[in-house]
Design a protein around this ligand. Sequence first.
Ligand code: C5P
Length: 220
Amino acid sequence: MPLVIAMDGPSGSGKSSASKGVARALGLRYLDTGAMYRAMTWWMLDRGVPVEDGAAVAARALDPEIVSGTDPDAPAITVDGVDVAGPIRTREVTNAVSAVSAVPAVRTRLVELQREIIGAGGIVVEGRDIGTVVAPDAAVKVYLTASEEARAARRAKDLAADPGASVTVTRAEQARRDRLDSTRKASPLAKAAGAHEIDSTELSLAEVIEAVVRLAKEHE
Ligand code: C5P
């Protein structure tokens, strides 16, 4: 089966940049599953669904049509035909996404879509439950971490345009999101069996990409 590389880890660990870089280096497709949970959350907020009410979210989980591209150079995501690549990155969505992604009906729906996209393989997939649930047979599984400080600093840099996004605020919001993501009942963030842990705190992006590419080549 063509290669599937599963990249899991907490927010701000550098997963997105590393996953895109690995996909480019190896000529593979790329899937950002976090963008799909964000798109679902954006849609719930847009429709006025109370996102802290799991039953209300579950009741609408099948309604939005979420389409995700797989080009690492132009990651695209639409909901009901609307391009939401920008809106899914707002703080409002970021702070609501953990509640929505903890709802089992949401996960069932999105995991099914993700498996369809993964299909025959040839893809780098990033998320929280790729090695554990979505693609447990992936040839290469990576669990990417970084110190809390390094992760908050990276996130704050991503959000530089947002005046409310100081390192302190970002760090608190991120800690809350990671706590929710790792303690939820449905598919919590966890290191998969057989995953290679890479701590990116002291590594450059190029070094992380190189380490994953090496693992992929060892597997060939
Ligand atoms: O990766 P990103 O930070 O964009 O993910 C946003 C949120 O989506 C995470 O905080 C988590 O709640 C959820 N998520 C998930 N499972 C995945 C990917 C993301 O629950 N595979």
